[in-house]
Design a protein around this ligand. Structure first.
Ligand code: ADP
Ligand code: ZN
Ligand code: ZN
Length: 799
């Protein structure tokens, strides 16, 4: 078994396979599948993942592995298998997929170094080296030890540790402890010490009284001593030094312990089949459809508790935006330090720490955003996806996977249930629920038995006719003032950022566009610039129209910044917190703003959809949706569904507690079914209506979609390639499958690259992935020369 099959780090579809390498003697007893290695590839040295060890290769003259990067595998057997499946399923490269499963630290190039954790004697060469230096380079250590296996031994024993030198922030941190090694003889040793050795006597006396490890720093402070005072006792082997890894804990606050709530009848009924699946190690996918506030989270918590009791592990996915302290608190409150949290606001080092807790099986639960689905647990007992309809579960770049599909695959592998929860499930999931592919569970009531808040739809066209040119209807202003006088709080949602959407010349109709992308520029008042939201282009706000020279250039549309300004003009004494991409860019800003609002330091929380989810404020009684139709007219077949979801979600923010809530929805198309039905909380009605439309236009869940986007600087080139791809597919696909395009993408140019798309609608094409891989290979040369072909199954980004 001295040959390794390696997936090499060369991002090319023609190299997307394993290569065989000979394992040199020194690595033979340490190398395992799932470890990263350095190998020669052509003239270069590159890294790769070992996926298998085999006895014989079909190739002669194998090259040797140069180095092994890990002491323990970073990918489990399951993840190796999962990655292979996922790469095939999404037509991605194996190397890209494996890398996507790992924390950032392990993806970048880095040096390794070795530190000593104890003063237990090492072999002489190493002992000497550590006398001179605290940290040895990895290569030096291996050389001194003469064998990797020896190094692996020391690491398994906890005497040495390998750390990555990525940046000082990302590497591990240690605390130094002083440990009494022979507690039983401390007293007699104390007696034997000469009278004048006062310091030593003092130290021993301390350890006789408290025979426990103590942090070196504390010991120095308490006894007013230094390292020199300790040395004689360490030499006598009475005390030892030990370094212990400290994890950087991004949630330093302690969360008060919470107990199980007594489940309501509805919750009880819903949890029984989940518990049953946990108990019998059965894979099954549940769709938990429950209105906001119906206690879905409590069901997750109690199901997980049983999983932990069985000694198994749980993955909980929540949308990135919902990973607020409020959500984390509920899991940490119930399961304490058994929980790791993974989301993008953590630093590279913090993410690595959380990941290592999972890898070392020091936690049983991970709560995280999309990529937490790859948590390296090896004994999964449940996977939960909260707010399963959220589009952030789909990764926009390669591998373009949906976390739900990965979850179900892992559920099958681990024989465990998968629970998808939502108040507004995707049509795809609900249809599967109705067909019995998923087991449908329903919660119809809020746990506090409170009705959902009433929703008023305001026809903004009538406002205009009545002479109200502001962006606030008269009803909304009335309600806001009422709320303010009662000292209650308000949430206002606007699904846009920036001061206004675009700058338009009233004389000639010219709209300022980005010179590199076919999209209008957005005015940002704070910096008085026009910005492109697709590339980083910025230009000053022109005073005169660049096209006709007129000075009546004006801003049109509304953005959060503009709403804030208008509102401040109307009610100068209100305090407003604005939350959008611009105000939350800095780390921790998101939490800070929410905390301020929770502490009632402001009356109004104004924001984009990032305020619609998961927030729970006692004093909020009014929710206003300023432009409900802002999404309806996007070129996206999900726009009605997204509108329905957003209105439902944000309505759930009002009146969650003692106070009764109210929702005002402003719209220019108040008769649109997704606005009408969401105001009645009529999910089933919406589902039926939308399904008809999906059927008529051959969209999911009736058809599967594949979006192929081709980009290049030369438009003609793209068109030719797109036509060729179309022809290749046409020969291979079933008659019932549809190929639309090539046609320009809704945003035809980004960063000076033109974009064309092909949309394939199909019901059953078991070889489509394979065809697409062949197509990628066919155009490999062009792709190396700057042609881009993006393949997106089940796309969420259609622009
Ligand atoms: P969802 O996740 O469905 O929106 P939550 O789990 O947030 O609902 O529950 C809403 C509120 O009801 C929370 O404050 C929660 O603590 C409370 N709750 C949940 N289950 C129960 C129960 N069985 N008894 C009392 N309160 C409950
Ligand atoms: Zn641009
Ligand atoms: Zn003009």
């Amino acid at each position: 078994m001295n040959i390794a099959k390696v997936i090499v780090d060369v991002p090319s579809s023609v190299i997307n396979q394993t290569f065989d390498y000979y394992i040199p003697e020194k690595f033979q007893d340490i190398l395992q599948p799932g470890m990263r290695v350095v190998i020669p590839f052509g003239p270069r040295k590159i890294s790769g993942f070992v996926v298998k060890r085999i006895k014989e290769s079909n190739y002669d003259h194998l090259k040797e592995i140069i180095d092994v990067l890990d002491v323990t595998p970073v990918l489990t057997a399951e993840l190796l298998k999962l990655g292979k499946w996922l790469a095939n399923e999404t037509v991605s490269l194996y190397i890209t997929t494996y890398q996507a499963m790992l924390p950032q630290v392990l993806k970048s190039k880095y040096e390794k170094e070795v530190i000593r954790l104890t003063d237990i004697p090492l072999i002489a060469t190493l002992e000497d080296a550590f006398k001179k230096k605290d940290i040895l380079s990895y290569e030096e250590t291996v050389q001194l030890l003469g064998s990797y296996r020896q190094l692996q031994h020391y690491i398994e024993n906890g005497d040495l540790a390998v750390q990555y030198v990525v940046s000082s922030k990302a590497t591990k941190q240690y605390k130094v402890y002083i440990v009494p090694s022979h507690v039983d003889i401390l007293a007699s040793e104390h007696k034997n010490l000469p009278k004048q050795a006062t310091r030593q006597r003092e130290i021993l006396k301390f350890f006789i009284q408290y025979p426990k490890p103590i942090e070196q720093k504390m010991l120095y402070e308490q006894l007013k001593i230094n390292k020199n005072n300790l040395t004689p006792l360490i030499d006598k082997n009475l005390l030892t030094i030990k370094k212990v890894e400290v994890y950087r804990d991004p949630y330093e606050e302690k969360f008060p312990k919470t107990e199980n709530l007594t489940l309501t009848k509805e919750q009880e009924k819903a949890i029984i089949p989940i518990d049953e699946a946990v108990k019998t190690d059965m894979h099954k996918t549940f769709l938990l459809h429950g209105v906001t506030g119906s206690g879905k989270t409590e069901i997750y918590l109690q199901a997980i508790e049983k999983v932990i009791q069985k000694g198994k592990e749980a993955i909980v996915l929540v949308p990135e935006i919902a990973l607020t302290p409020q959500m984390v608190k509920r899991f940490k409150g119930r399961f304490g330090s058994n929980v790791a949290v993974l989301h993008s606001a953590l630093s590279v080092g913090e993410k690595y720490d959380e990941w290592r807790k999972i890898q070392r099986k020091e936690v049983k639960v991970v709560v995280g955003a999309r990529s937490a689905i790859f948590a390296p647990f090896e004994n999964l007992g449940i996977i939960i996806i909260d707010e399963e309809h959220e589009t952030t579960y789909k990764q926009g770049e390669s591998p373009r996977y949906h976390a739900r599909d990965v979850a179900i695959k892992r559920g099958e592998y681990n024989n465990c249930p998968v629970v998808l929860g939502s108040a507004t499930p995707t049509l795809e999931s609900y249809a599967r629920g109705k067909k019995g592919v998923y087991h449908l569970l329903t919660l119809t009531k809020r746990t506090n038995e409170k009705e959902m808040p009433t929703v008023d739809i305001i026809d903004m066209r009538k406002e205009l006719h009545a002479g109200n040119r502001t962006m606030f209807s008269r009803t909304l202003m009335e309600k806001i003032n009422e709320c303010l006088s009662k000292k209650e709080q308000i949430v206002l949602l606007l699904n846009r950022r920036g001061y206004s959407t675009f700058a338009l010349c009233r004389d000639c109709g010219h709209v300022e566009e980005c010179p590199h992308c076919d999209i209008s520029l957005t005015y940002h008042k704070r910096d008085n610039v026009l910005k492109c939201h697709y590339c980083s282009y910025e230009s000053e706000m022109p005073t005169h129209c660049p096209s006709c020279g007129s000075d009546s250039i004006r801003f049109f549309g509304t953005g959060t910044e503009r709403v804030e300004e208008a509102l401040t003009k109307l009610i100068p004494e209100t305090k407003i917190i604005r939350m959008d991409v611009d105000t939350t860019r800095r780390k921790g800003a998101h939490e800070r703003l929410l905390k301020k609002f929770a502490n009632q330091e402001a009356d109004i929380l104004l924001g984009t959809q990032m305020i619609a989810k998961g927030l729970d404020f006692e004093n909020v009684t009014l929710v206003g949706v300023l432009a409900a139709d802002s999404m309806l007219h996007l070129p996206d077949f999900r726009s009605s569904e997204k509108t329905f979801q957003l209105i439902t979600q944000v309505s759930g923010r009002a009146g969650r507690h003692a106070l009764t809530g109210e929702v005002i929805v402003q719209s220019y198309t108040p008769d649109h079914y997704s606005i009408l039905l969401s105001s009645n909380y009529d999910y089933i009605g919406f589902y039926q209506r939308e399904m008809e439309i999906r059927r008529t236009f051959s969209y999911p869940p009736y058809f599967y979609l594949l979006l192929v986007t081709i980009t290049h600087e030369n438009e003609q080139k793209i068109y030719t390639v797109a036509q060729q791809i179309r022809n290749m597919l046409q020969h291979r696909l079933n008659k019932s499958s549809l190929i639309l395009g090539p046609s320009p993408s809704p945003i035809t140019r980004i960063k000076n690259r033109f974009r064309y798309q092909l949309m394939i609608k199909y019901r059953n094409e078991p070889y489509l992935q394979q065809y697409m891989m062949e197509i990628l290979k066919e155009f490999e040369d062009e792709r190396r020369r700057d042609l881009q072909i993006m393949i997106d199954f089940n796309p969420y980004q259609l622009m």
